[in-house]
Design a protein around this ligand. Structure first.
Ligand SMILES: C=C1C[C@]23C[C@@]1(O)CC[C@H]2[C@@]12CC[C@H](O)[C@@](C)(C(=O)O1)[C@H]2[C@@H]3C(=O)O
Ligand SMILES: O=C(O)CCC(=O)C(=O)O
Ligand SMILES: [Fe+2]
Length: 343
């Protein structure tokens, strides 16, 4: 359990408008749980990526000590005075952010640290963090990220196996590339019990609004505070039971395109908890900036039509930074025919 002080609730002269949602959904117990070395892991991962775009990974081999060390460092960091944290912000788009997510008006009951792992992109805030943050913090991030890189390759290679693709590195090669555009994010959602609805019932404040992740895959780990919800294919939102010993794997937009829609980029969001802090750490695996993204022939059936136009990751990112969280960021990249079919 973490005890981190809350940011002040929004006041009348605070122009931030927080979204709330009506009712917390029940915990959904049918989320696929897959062990990394299960004999049928490859086919289970493919099924989960098609049906949910989401699954829980257990027996992943990442030492719990390394995870706990980073969580403790994150808790220490978010517990610092506001003026200290603000020195690494506002996001450029990396660095420390508080309530505002992105540049287009999204807000959430959250503070975060977003770090750029792509050596080609210079971020003054990321440089500031590397130069000024305690060695224990930077070393915990570095060790954790190095584990996430390995784990992301393993999961992507199992996906290729499960799809019956001969080249195991069909997806992982994008992240194995030294110019891969990966990110790391630490999120802190303070408890929101002091924000009361008029009738005295506590509102379900949005911590992080609904969105899909843009990259190939995201590896998410949180403490034992729930709040994460995913949207099922029938449109219902369900709550994911927290598990601080496992990873939750999200399929992102890029893998949806590469698999020509076979894998689903999962919509998800986070509701703030009324009594305890949520601390999450997410590794986002993205391709190199100049890499062309398109449905891969090796994944498609003969005669199958491509649903998406080819684009570079850089083109996608330009569009992404102009979008709101809940926008469908793949919309500009649907092939005209495929789009009008689905209308
Ligand atoms: C509103 C935004 C925040 C975001 C960039 C964007 O313009 C649209 C995508 C958002 C998102 C969601 C998943 C990840 O948390 C993130 C780092 C990403 O790659 O895309 C965030 C972006 C962000 O916080 O900068
Ligand atoms: O904090 C979480 O649990 C999820 C956050 C998320 O979806 C994101 O940072 O993209
Ligand atoms: Fe996300």
């Amino acid at each position: 359990m973490v005890a981190v002080s809350c940011p002040p609730p929004p006041t009348n002269n605070n122009v931030l408008l927080f979204q709330s949602c009506n009712k917390p959904a029940n915990f959904y117990e049918a989320i696929p749980v897959i062990g990394l070395s299960d004999p049928d892991a490859a086919s289970l991962i493919v099924r989960a990526s098609q049906d949910f775009g989401f699954f829980k990974l257990v027996n992943h081999g990442v030492p719990m000590e390394l995870i706990t060390t980073l969580e403790n460092e994150a808790v220490k960091y978010f517990g610092k005075p506001q003026s200290d944290k603000d020195r690494a912000g506002p996001p450029d788009p990396f660095g420390y952010g508080n309530k505002r997510i992105g540049w287009n008006g999204d807000v959430g009951w959250i503070e975060y640290l977003l770090l750029n792992l792509n050596p080609e992109i210079i971020s003054p805030n990321t440089q500031f963090i590397l130069n000024h943050y305690p060695h224990a913090f930077c070393s915990a991030v570095e060790k954790y990220v190095s584990e996430m890189r390995k784990l992301s390759y393993e999961v992507l290679e199992l996906m290729a196996d499960g799809l019956g693709i001969e080249e195991r590195n069909t997806f992982s090669r994008y992240l194995r590339d030294e110019k891969s555009d990966c990110l790391f994010r630490l999120n802190h959602y303070p408890p929101c019990s002091e924000v009361e609805a008029p009738l005295g019932c506590v509102k379900n404040l949005m911590g992080f609004g609904e969105h899909t992740d843009p990259q190939l895959i995201s590896l998410l780990r949180s403490n034992n505070t729930s709040g994460l919800q995913i949207c099922l294919r029938d449109g219902t939102w369900v709550s994911v039971p927290s598990d601080n010993t496992s990873f939750f794997i999200n399929i992102g937009d890029t893998l949806q395109v590469m698999t020509n829609g076979r894998f689903k980029s999962v919509k998800h969001r986070v509701l703030a908890d009324t009594s305890s802090s949520r601390v999450s750490m997410i590794y986002f695996g993205g391709p190199p900036l100049r890499e062309k993204i398109a449905p891969l022939g090796s994944v498609m059936e003969e005669e199958e039509e491509k649903l998406y136009k080819e684009f570079t990751w850089c083109e996608y990112k330009k569009a992404m930074y102009k979008s709101r969280l809940s926008d469908n960021r793949l919309a500009p990249f649907y092939k005209a025919a495929a789009q009008s079919d689905s209308e």
